[in-house]
Write a protein that binds this ligand. Structure first.
Ligand SMILES: [Zn+2]
Length: 110
């Protein structure tokens, strides 16, 4: 399917049939016979369906894989397993600390 890529704005390019959420993450949401739960405006139900659509061009899709999914997936936990990303974050100093009163009064989290 051809179309316009909303990320790089390329016109009339081949669009990839992409998962909305990385395919490798679906396994994280299953335990035993239980499927992930889908929430919509009209219904809530378990489903094994993986949402996909033709949205991004091959270059942008590769960017998501290379710069996102490929490095983050090994840092996420399997059910009951270690959570390497959490462990890394706990070792880092915060970039910025907001006092609860200042964040609440401004209504903006910076
Ligand atoms: Zn693109």
């Amino acid at each position: 399917m051809t179309g316009d890529c909303p990320l790089c704005l390329a016109k009339g390019v081949e669009l990839r049939h992409s998962h909305f959420m990385p395919k490798s993450l679906y396994a994280l949401f299953r335990t035993g016979d239980l499927e992930p739960v889908r929430f919509s405006r009209d219904a809530i139900y378990p489903t094994s369906k993986q949402e996909k659509d033709y949205v991004f061009c091959a270059d942008c899709e590769q960017c998501f894989n290379r710069e996102g999914e490929n490095w983050i997936r090994p840092l996420l936990p399997d059910v009951g397993g270690p959570f390497p990303l959490r462990n890394r974050l706990l070792k880092q100093a915060p970039v910025r600390v907001l006092r609860p009163s200042s964040a609440a009064s401004s209504g903006v989290v910076k």
